[in-house]
Design a binder for this molecule. Structure first.
Ligand code: TEU
Ligand code: CA
Length: 554
């Protein structure tokens, strides 16, 4: 089918934390292969693997030192080939993470590049002279560090938007670009089904960002040549394959997303927007315990649903390996009842929107944030850097405040091991896990849920099935019905034949549903799914975190 990815559900696997087959405490490829039946049972179509390439290990795999090799902690290329084969046998597609904004500083290209100023690979990276003995400019990277690092050997600075171990590639260099395309084609030729592209909106640097003028630098998203580069990449790689492409794109608005992922853009199939991820930011960005306001969620989602309709395709996500657990952030994990209801409500809310839903590993079990009791339990470089900047250098947060922020927003929340069962290693490992296991695995785990028809897992399964059964979920136009209601989110999907009514209570209090009376009119309705057992009618009040979906025929 053309555009099969519109009907697909993508499941993100974070390999380090999914399943450890050999007992060294680190998830691996053989472990993923062992769990393919579980994913097939859930009913997802595509598996996106966070990076499994050989890595320098400073940013959990997002610093690649060899694009053609598998990180030995994860296994071998033979293990990968087996995973691909076994996935395909089950009708599951495999998407690789493509990290080409930067490499590891251990990549052979960078090793050569830093040797001398005339090395043929020098220009594969972004090197600049200092400005009056200081960095070229004041540009800050994403991880609370300056974006420039001095390299003594050649007395120049290289740019790194992320850690020092992640030098940015220079997309102005044609030979470098060609090498990337060759590598991408090598993987596509192997039979993979697409790419998720890390910070792809950052690859083209505006002149000011890389100027040695002592200035402030500037935001590197949506730089001047990003679309030319992606059109070239499309032509030389994806256009020759039936594959799915999703760009991770900080800095996009709906109009900019259309430039990347418009139906005739010849760039990407879809992008990950960050506007929703930013609705609960504080003055220092993500480092806050502030909770979102549902009205901001509504405005953001509505702008994207309307803005891309008939023009481009949405990706739908509430979390990933960089974000807190979705039930803890957008739902309510404070009591077992609210936890279960809100996890199912969020699933309903997300999957009934227009776009391709992305399920992050463990969300289908309602996995929650973890509690780190101190920095020694943290593993993520972003957490260490932020702590250093905000607690030690700037003293804007006390230790306790920062730990609260880290426990609310830190990336390690998403990275604790999959909870397969209630045993010592949660069924994830026989050994010592590389990161702590959430204590609640005794209560929240796959073994408990797979066979239980009322579980979150089986609710996800049903919702995923609904997407296959009703085209209106893929194609219908979105319409919000209660834009000003701060507690309930009600939207419809409409096509020529029918309407879908989606009602989600984002609070623990009972909420009136009177606002749907007018919309229902005389239409006949049928309840497709809901997270409470009763056969309610659309106008009944919504209970705590209740979600209901009705099909209305005229
Ligand atoms: O993330 C890019 C990105 O925008 C992050 O800075 C994100 O905002 C941050 O993690 C939220 O706290 C991608 C990857 O998803 C991330 O895991 C990598 O660390 C990063 O690129 C560098 O490759
Ligand atoms: Ca292992």
């Amino acid at each position: 089918m053309a555009d099969w990815w519109k009907k697909s559900v993508v499941y993100q696997v974070y390999p380090r934390s999914f399943m450890d087959a050999n007992g060294d405490g680190i998830g691996d490829l053989k472990g993923i292969t062992q769990k393919l039946d579980y994913l097939a049972e859930l009913g997802v179509d595509v598996i996106w693997l966070s990076p499994i390439y050989q890595s320098g290990g400073t940013d959990a795999g997002y610093d690649i030192s060899d694009y053609y090799a598998i990180e030995q902690e994860f296994g071998t290329m033979a293990d990968f080939d087996e995973l691909l084969l076994e996935a395909h046998r089950r009708g599951l597609k495999i998407v690789m993470d493509l990290v080409v904004n930067h490499t590891s500083d251990k990549h052979a290209w960078f090793q050569e590049s830093r040797m001398d100023r005339n090395n043929p690979k020098r220009d594969y990276y972004i090197w600049r002279d200092g400005h009056e003995g200081q960095m070229p400019n004041q540009m800050m990277g994403y991880f609370c560090e300056p974006a420039w690092e001095h390299d003594a050997k050649t007395d120049q600075y290289y740019m790194h938007l992320f850690t020092i171990g992640q030098p940015d590639l220079n997309w102005e260099n044609k030979q470098m670009r060609e090498e990337i395309y060759t590598m991408m084609n090598w993987w596509l030729q192997k039979g993979i089904d697409g790419f998720r592209m890390d910070v792809i909106s950052c690859i083209s640097k505006p002149a000011k960002a890389v100027a040695s003028d002592g200035g402030q630098g500037m935001d590197c998203t949506n730089g001047p040549k990003v679309h030319a580069c992606l059109k070239e990449m499309h032509e030389k790689t994806f256009s020759n394959y039936d594959c799915i492409t999703v760009g991770e794109t900080p800095g996009v608005t709906p109009d900019i997303a259309v430039q990347y992922a418009g139906f005739d853009a010849n760039e990407l199939n879809m992008v990950f927007q960050f506007e929703l991820m930013d609705v609960d930011s504080g003055p220092l960005g993500k480092w806050t315990t502030q909770r979102y306001d549902l009205l901001d969620v509504k405005r953001t989602i509505t702008r994207w649903q309307e803005g891309l309709f008939n023009r481009a395709w949405n990706s739908l996500y509430l979390g990933n390996h960089d974000q807190p657990r979705c039930v803890s952030r957008w739902g309510d994990d404070s009591t077992p009842l609210y936890w279960e209801k809100s996890a199912k409500m969020l699933c309903t809310f997300l999957h009934m929107l227009q776009g391709t839903p992305y399920v992050y590993q463990g969300d289908e079990l309602g996995m929650t944030n973890v509690r780190l009791d101190g920095l020694s339990e943290a593993r993520d470089v972003e957490i260490f850097n932020a702590y250093r900047l905000y607690v030690e250098e700037q003293q804007v947060f006390t230790h306790d405040e920062m730990m609260a922020n880290i426990n609310a927003r830190g990336r390690d929340n998403a990275r604790t091991p999959m909870q397969w069962n209630d045993g010592k290693g949660a069924g994830f490992t026989q050994g010592d896990p590389w990161i702590k296991i959430n204590e609640n695995h005794t209560r929240i785990n796959a073994q408990k849920q797979v066979g239980d028809p009322d579980s979150i897992f089986n609710y996800y399964k049903q919702v995923i099935h609904l997407r296959k059964a009703y085209d209106i979920i893929t194609d219908g136009a979105y319409r919000i019905l209660d834009a000003e209601n701060p507690n309930v989110y009600t939207y419809a999907r409409e096509d020529e034949n029918a309407k879908l009514l989606v009602m989600c209570n984002f609070t623990a209090q009972e909420q009136s549903a009177d606002h749907v009376v007018a919309y229902l009119g005389q239409g006949k309705y049928k309840r497709l799914i809901g997270n409470y057992a009763n056969e309610s009618s659309p106008t009944d009040a919504l209970q705590a975190y209740e979600a209901r979906v009705y099909l209305i025929e005229a």
